[in-house]
Design a protein around this ligand. Structure first.
Ligand SMILES: CC(=O)N[C@H]1[C@@H](OP(=O)(O)OP(=O)(O)OC[C@H]2O[C@@H](n3ccc(=O)[nH]c3=O)[C@H](O)[C@@H]2O)O[C@H](CO)[C@@H](O)[C@@H]1O
Ligand SMILES: C=C(OP(=O)(O)O)C(=O)O
Length: 425
């Protein structure tokens, strides 16, 4: 069992290159299965979710090459098979196999997904979408059995804005007969990224990035090459870490537009943020103001940065209220932050943070991916050494976290129980 040891109190300084987006990568890989030819995906982040997808594809008989930051996916030898358990449970985004296989074979038999435990994460809208396209959907002992004689375009209104349901419907509808219209669609940049790949494969998708997406079905898709967009959540995490440690960090390979809500909130807190074409420089300040934050679908403040920014707000003078309107139970990091000396209470969907208390190193456990990021940020600020467990969650979504933090001057080490150092992660 490995742990992170962080000796806090050192401002982060220097440059950090942001990797490809996790939430794009895990949708683009299944999307590539729809092509009748090789699809090359570049700028892949080296994270566990991508590694698991690679193994899933191999199990399904896909011809797949995976080297450092690119993957070539050729699904021509692939056969339809049932995947009830195993690796599909290890990540959330295995649910994209539902839409991809439904589009490709007219059938999918895939177990319910895993991913971060953020409280209830229903999939009713995915099912509603598939049914509207003409599929029959049954949940048989935790295995989704989705079958369609013919997929036919439909008008689908999403009652809640959902990233997963928007992409899954897009995947299946790409090869349906006729036109599908998704109303109240999610607008996240990762959705645009997936639509771009599908269009380059020969699909006809218009409106991705707005709340109405129109998909004219096509009968055949072919191979192509695609570069993944930068990970705005990884970028936001380093922005917050730079601010919290009162550092001076320049992020490279970012799209500043994707981070507007984060930049706006950091500025409100009192952080200096300078935007370049594909860089963002964050300069921390001594005094921070308390602010209120409410998460909402893109372009609102992302729920995936709600936990990390809570750590920063423990340093701000006054009371901040962080409300998660997407996942009202996403507060498992709070007890751990309290262990480090933070003064925070949870009231319903909100964390109420009394800023100004000093953080101290402690033994803490990451319960999920962004809880891990929040605790790393707190540890970088804290006095003394913090010991962090639960690294398997962090590994799902942060490429080379230790190496990147060390490059910025942090005193951080990843050690196994026998004291061996692992600097690759
Ligand atoms: C792999 C991936 O891309 N994960 C992201 C994706 O997760 P995921 O796709 O699972 O999240 P959704 O966008 O679907 O969820 C948004 C909201 O819709 C609700 N909902 C969703 C589907 C459904 O069928 N019914 C329903 O009620 C959810 O409970 C949640 O309250 O978007 C989340 C919200 O930005 C992010 O936190 C995750 O990092
Ligand atoms: C919640 C997250 O991921 P997933 O949906 O893959 O569990 C996340 O990236 O913060």
């Amino acid at each position: 069992m490995e742990k992170l040891f962080i000796n806090g109190g050192k401002p982060l300084a220097g440059h950090v290159t942001i990797s490809g987006a996790k939430n794009s990568a895990v949708a683009l890989i299944p999307a590539a299965l729809l092509a009748d030819g090789p699809v090359v995906i570049e700028n892949l982040p080296s994270i566990q979710d991508v590694g698991i997808y690679y193994e899933l594809l191999r199990e399904m008989g896909v011809d797949v090459l995976f080297e450092e930051d690119w993957m070539e996916v050729d699904s021509r030898p692939m056969k339809l098979m049932e995947m009830p358990n195993g690796k599909v449970k290890k990540l959330r985004a295995s649910y994209y196999l539902w839409g991809a296989l439904l589009g490709k074979f007219g059938e999918a038999r895939i177990g319910m997904p895993g991913g971060c435990d953020l409280g209830p994460r229903p999939v009713d809208l995915h099912i509603k979408g598939f049914e509207a396209l003409g599929a029959e959907v049954h949940n048989h002992n935790g295995v989704m059995i989705i079958k369609a004689e013919r997929l036919r375009g439909a008008r689908i209104y999403l009652d809640t804005v959902s990233v997963g349901a928007t992409i899954n419907i897009m995947l299946a509808a790409t090869k349906a007969e006729g036109t599908t219209v998704i109303e109240n669609a999610a607008r996240e940049p990762e959705i645009v990224d997936v639509a771009t790949l599908l269009n380059n494969m020969g699909a006809d998708i218009k409106g991705a990035g707005t709340d109405v997406i129109r998909i004219q079905g096509v009968s055949k898709l072919s191979g192509c090459r695609h570069t993944i967009i930068p990970d705005r959540i990884e970028a936001g995490t380093y922005m917050i870490a730079a601010a919290a440690t009162r550092g001076d960090v320049t992020l490279e390979n970012v799209i500043p537009k994707h981070l507007e809500s984060v930049t706006a909130k950091l500025r409100e807190i009192g952080v200096t943020v300078e935007e370049g074409d594909d860089t963002i420089r964050v300069i921390g300040q001594e005094n921070y103001r308390a602010v209120d934050i409410k998460t909402s679908p893109y372009p609102g403040f992302p729920t995936d940065l709600q936990q990390p920014i809570t750590s920063l707000l423990t340093l701000a003078k006054g009371t901040s209220i962080v409300t998660d309107n997407i996942y009202g139970h996403r507060f498992r990091h709070i007890d751990e932050l309290r262990r480090m000396g933070a003064n925070i209470k949870v009231e319903g969907r909100s964390a109420v943070i009394e800023g100004g208390s000093s953080l101290l190193g402690a033994k803490v456990i990451a319960s999920d991916l962004r809880a891990g990021a929040a605790l790393v940020i707190a540890a970088l600020v804290a006095e003394g050494v913090a010991q962090l467990d639960g690294l398997e969650h962090i590994d799902r979504g942060y490429e080379n976290l230790v190496g990147k933090l060390q490059q910025l001057g942090a005193i951080v080490r990843r050690l196994s129980s026998n004291g061996t150092e692992n600097i690759k992660c």
